[in-house]
Design a protein around this ligand. Structure first.
Ligand code: G1P
Length: 251
């Protein structure tokens, strides 16, 4: 298994500090948030990690330059998450799993990636998408999942996925289960991304490519990981990440 960390976003929700430091490099204790995400990938079993950056985020390249298992690729145009992920396609071969960890999503309190790898192994190598419950009025900010067989899911539960939709309105949302920054996908995703057209916000959405894979009957599971995603792409989320990291990890 190899990992892919999209970290090319411009950090506009966290200006002005992100004009001099990428949001992914903001410190959590004495280490950049991105290093904690790299550690999560390694301890989940990733043998190589590709980080997707953009011009102006060379600090990331410099910081990890001594790490032989880390490769850097560029996204030269801001065309969406699906487009960023596609920039790393050359590193992955058919039949391999791609562990995607969003560079601005810190998961505190568990190794979500490791747990997802276990869920995949227990389900015949199916793709697994990490998720969390969100309040109904916030579903339009996320990718939202539809369960194949409805049941009352709780933390630690996995369920078969029937559909997924990016940033639906509250009325159209098939559930309150939101994609939460971690994906373990069959490398076929790159074939689907290669001709993915733009969706919500005029961006090439990873969710849309996953939706087409699900429609083609590739097996997918959702998994509500234990622990909490902190969005470090804005000041409030970053502050919460610091507080919860200190409380949970004791550092
Ligand atoms: C991205 C994904 C979305 C997901 C979210 C949080 O959205 O497109 O499906 O729910 O991350 O992991 P963004 O926050 O980049 O708008």
């Amino acid at each position: 298994m190899k990992a892919l960390i999209p970290a090319a976003g411009l950090g506009t929700r966290f200006l002005p500090v992100t004009s001099v430091i990428p949001k992914e490099m903001l410190p959590i204790g004495s280490r950049p948030a991105l290093e904690l995400i790299v550690e999560e990938a390694r301890s989940a079993g990733a043998t190589e990690i590709v980080i997707v950056i953009s011009e102006g985020k060379e600090l990331i390249r410099r910081y990890f330059s001594g790490e032989s298992d880390i490769k850097i690729v560029y996204q030269h145009e801001q065309k969406g998450l699906g487009h960023a992920v596609y920039q790393a396609s050359e590193f992955f071969v058919d039949g391999e799993k791609v562990l995607i960890l969003l560079g601005d999503a810190l998961v505190v309190g568990c190794n979500a990636s490791k747990a997802m790898a276990e869920v995949s192994a227990a389900n015949g190598g199916a793709s697994v998408i990490g998720c969390e419950r969100v309040p109904r009025e916030r579903v339009s900010r996320y990718g939202i999942m539809k369960m194949a067989h409805e049941f009352d899911v709780a933390e630690g539960d996995a369920f078969e996925l029937a559909d997924i939709v990016e940033k639906p309105s509250e009325e159209d949302a098939p559930s309150d289960l939101a994609v939460a920054g971690r994906y373990l996908l069959d490398s076929k995703i790159f074939d689907f991304l290669s001709d993915q057209i733009a969706g919500v916000g005029g961006e090439i959405q990873l969710t849309d490519a996953i939706r087409r894979m699900v429609a083609c009957k590739y097996p997918f599971f959702g998994y509500i990981y234990r622990g909490h995603r902190q969005d470090i792409g804005n000041p409030d989320g970053y502050f919460n990440a610091l507080v919860s990291y200190r409380a949970k990890e004791g550092r």
